[in-house]
Design a protein around this ligand. Structure first.
Ligand SMILES: O=C(O)CCC(=O)c1ccccc1C(=O)O
Ligand SMILES: [Mg+2]
Length: 365
């Protein structure tokens, strides 16, 4: 297993209620039969891009990968090494190696990663394109409307706007202005990143209901599943307009998917492969959510092109997936390779070549 560190800046920081994301640093993980032995059937590529707060730290990620990479003098089967990476302690490290091995296995079978993942889960043939939302950071009302209009002109019909970084009055004004600017045919989501207390969240649901939001993401702190469940029923009772569905994101990392589903705390769950610990685990989580009537949405932690492409494959394997947060490539000011999943008309193309994207990443690392 080889690690290649990288560091990429964002063209403009993504401003959220939990601070700004302005740089993404991680590792490309490469495996091949020559250096990793027979358990690796073909060369494979993965990416581990930790985001502290969502995953382990960069140093913990690197240490975990180096430790399993050195196992048995490097002679331990890579599949054994994978089982030694704890998906809750070091999800980004596990993602890196799990993706490299899945890419290798898919290539060896001459299948795309989404075909390989769908087969493994017993799902039908994957989609050729995945609907995506535009991601709009915090900003003043004018900047928010500009970003929304630009996205709609580019063909997006689903927008996700970050809220919770300023007062509720200001966020309500921003979202009303966006709704006025884009009309009723565009689907609107808002993501508070856990910023509100119960009282503010209750008020937000009441005041945002008339805007017909597709969902409100993580209105309450990650641990507060009871609060989220109560907010769902309050949102159902409100007579101020359409119900506001609740999506949970941070709660998955802090409480786990099963607790979220058991608590009846969410209409939708936001699945980030880097935080869940791999593409395989993410698709399995999506199926579990669906079985209980909860919609899975796949996004990233603003990853580089390798992990973003993997997330597109995961989303493609989920039948009729809702719009996913996978249009984040343009947020980066440079990337490791050209994007093999270009977004047009609000959908990301799913590469059809073997593995992640045929030979698109051959120059890496
Ligand atoms: O979902 C999207 O549109 C993009 C991804 C995104 O918003 C995000 C990116 C990095 C860290 C957290 C989040 C989030 O969904 O809260
Ligand atoms: Mg979120």
């Amino acid at each position: 297993m080889q690690l290649r560190p990288f560091s990429l800046g964002l063209a403009t920081p993504l401003r959220t209620a939990r601070g700004s994301i302005d740089r993404r640093e991680g590792f490309l993980v490469a495996v091949d039969p020559e250096s990793d032995g027979e358990s690796v059937p073909a060369p494979g590529l993965g990416e581990a891009t930790p985001l502290p707060g969502w995953t382990e730290s960069r140093s913990a990620c690197e240490a975990a990968l180096r430790e399993v990479g050195d196992g048995n003098g490097g002679k331990e089967p890579a599949t054994r090494a994978l089982s030694r990476l704890d998906p809750t302690e070091t999800p980004a490290a596990r993602h890196g190696l799990a993706l490299a091995l899945a890419d290798a296995t898919a290539r060896d079978a001459d299948r795309s990663l989404s075909e390989h993942l769908a087969r493994t889960e017993g799902l039908p043939a994957p989609a050729e394109a995945v609907p995506v939302n535009a991601t709009i950071g915090d900003g003043d009302p004018g900047a928010t409307v500009d970003a929304a209009e630009t996205a709609v002109e580019a063909g997006f019909d689903c927008l996700k706007v970050k809220v919770g970084a300023r007062g509720l009055d200001a966020d309500v004004e921003r979202l009303r202005a966006v709704r006025r600017a884009v009309g009723d045919d565009v689907s609107l989501r808002a993501d508070a990143n856990g910023a509100w207390d119960r009282e503010t969240a209750r008020e937000a649901v009441e005041r945002l209901a008339p805007l017909g939001l597709a969902y409100l993401e993580q209105p309450l702190p990650a641990d507060d599943l009871d609060g989220a469940a109560a907010l769902r029923s309050a949102a159902a009772d409100a007579d101020s307009g359409p119900r506001v569905p609740i999506a949970l994101d941070e709660s998955l990392a802090s409480r786990g998917l099963d607790a979220v589903l058991d608590a009846g705390a969410a209409d939708a769950v936001v699945l980030k492969p880097m935080a869940i610990g791999g593409p395989d685990r993410t698709l399995a989580a999506a199926r579990r959510a669906r079985e209980t009537g909860v919609e899975p949405v796949v996004t990233t932690t603003v990853d580089a092109v390798v992990a973003r492409t993997a997330a597109v494959h995961v989303a493609a394997a989920i039948p009729d997936v809702a719009p996913c947060g996978l249009a984040t490539g343009p947020l980066l000011d440079a990337d490791l390779a050209p994007d093999p999943c270009p977004v047009s008309d609000g959908a990301a193309a799913v590469p059809s070549g073997p593995g992640l994207a045929g030979d698109a990443f051959d120059g890496l690392p």
